[in-house]
Design a protein around this ligand. Structure first.
Ligand SMILES: NC(=O)c1ccc[n+]([C@@H]2O[C@H](COP(=O)([O-])OP(=O)(O)OC[C@H]3O[C@@H](n4cnc5c(N)ncnc54)[C@H](O)[C@@H]3O)[C@@H](O)[C@H]2O)c1
Length: 377
């Protein structure tokens, strides 16, 4: 095949990048550098990034995170790569609801996937956690539940002020999420799922949650299901990580459990998220789990691995499994060589880790080609 033919079969992906606040721009810049390197080495796809300057700086000037017509302008992209939103001058509920949730909810990105494992070359703070014993997939409901946005405040400022935060659980919302979660569990080699609940105390929404889970389970007889109260789940994750594979939980529960999971796997600085619209009607959005980390923003020391892993998940969603695995293989090689940021016990900065991963992509994937990885390397 001539080079011009190779070029003509390359897939071109339009990616909307929204770096936003704090360390967001630092890690997204690093992610784009690694994605472009991967694309040029593999030659099977190309990325056309378009940077959107939406974030708290613009909000403070204009009063808007997303300008008029902004959501519509995202619809034509193959994916969205998001940094983090959060600024000390803006209340967190304003920034979160005006940008991140303002994309996830209308775009029906109802399945939030959070793979968690101890990467090669890193370690868990748990005493008894040999490699391979913590390898989880958290599936979080992402459009309703406790973050449905229902509620209000009355008698504001008076001693009899009232505020409600109503959790919404619809049969439709639970069922589509459960089906997606069971299908994910079915694809993993252990075929095991834990349905996380709190139906002892939350006796309406989470009883429906349990009933729908049990009904969906009947359609997946090859997936072993168990059920666990969310409080007990924190104990099991800490003391018996090897007994868990896929877990499915509500918006709030999984939000909390996935930060715990990230810490148990080594650092919030490596944890990825995919906000997926499984119908593919809207673009899905990929972001590191962490927030804007104001305490380290601008210092050049943020761990970019969460964004690299997020980028790998984005490529996987776009259909390039081999390239995604290849990228993670290179990231883990770099960790194993000790080129790590401070949160992982190393002394490298963002730029050094990024350059090391780019060099690894060039030397490992450039040799094996097309994302195939020789595990001895
Ligand atoms: N998806 C999002 O955009 C998102 C998620 C969580 C929090 N937030 C927002 O971010 C702001 C800060 O929130 P927070 O402090 O609770 O959480 P955070 O994740 O920003 O930071 C928690 C701690 O982890 C560290 N950390 C986070 N990412 C790191 C990285 N890549 N490398 C090294 N260390 C890292 C930080 O330095 C901090 O000590 C708030 O405004 C919050 O609302 C946004």
């Amino acid at each position: 095949m001539s080079p011009s033919t190779i070029h003509s079969v390359r897939k071109i992906y339009k990616i909307a990048s929204i770096p936003a606040d704090g360390i967001g721009p630092e890690v997204i810049r690093a992610g784009i550098q690694v994605l472009n390197k991967l694309a040029s080495v593999l030659g099977e796809f190309e990325f056309h990034f378009n940077d959107f300057e939406w974030g708290s700086k613009v909000y403070k000037k204009t009063g808007q995170y997303i300008p008029e017509g902004g959501l519509d302008s995202l619809r034509d992209y193959n994916a969205i790569l998001f940094g983090a939103v959060g600024d000390p001058d803006v209340p967190d509920h304003i920034s979160l609801w005006s940008l991140r949730l303002a994309i996830c909810q209308p775009f029906q990105q109802y399945a939030n996937l959070r793979p968690t494992r101890v990467l090669r070359g890193t370690s868990s703070p748990l005493r008894n956690c040999p490699p391979g014993s913590l390898d989880w997939l958290i599936v979080r409901e992402n459009t309703e539940g406790e973050y449905a946005g229902q509620g209000g405040r009355t008698h504001i400022g008076t001693p009899w002020e009232v505020a409600t935060e109503v959790a919404i659980f619809s049969r439709h919302g639970i069922e589509r999420l459960m089906r997606f979660a069971f299908a994910c569990a079915q694809k993993r080699h252990r075929r095991k799922i834990t349905v996380v609940t709190k139906s002892n105390a939350q006796r309406n929404g989470l009883v429906l949650w349990d009933e729908v889970a049990a009904a969906v389970a009947r359609d997946f007889p090859d997936v072993e299901m168990d059920k666990m109260l969310v409080d007990a789940m924190t104990v099991r994750m800490t003391l018996h990580p090897e007994t868990i594979d896929t877990m499915v939980a509500t918006n709030l529960h999984a939000d909390i459990l996935s930060d715990l999971a990230a810490a148990l796997a080594g650092s919030i600085g490596v944890a990825p998220t995919s906000n997926l619209d499984p119908s593919r009607q809207y673009p899905s959005m990929f972001e590191p789990i962490h927030g804007s980390a104001g305490d380290i923003a601008g210092k050049g020391i943020a761990n970019p691995i969460a964004t690299f892993w997020t980028a790998a998940e984005m490529i996987r969603w776009l259909g390039h499994e081999g390239a995604a695995d290849g990228l993670m293989h290179c990231v883990e090689n770099v960790c194993e060589r000790g080129i790590k940021t401070r949160d992982l016990g190393g002394s490298a900065n963002t730029k050094e880790v990024t350059e090391a991963v780019c060099n690894e992509v060039e030397s490992v994937l450039g040799q094996t080609g097309k994302g195939r990885v020789d595990s001895s390397q």
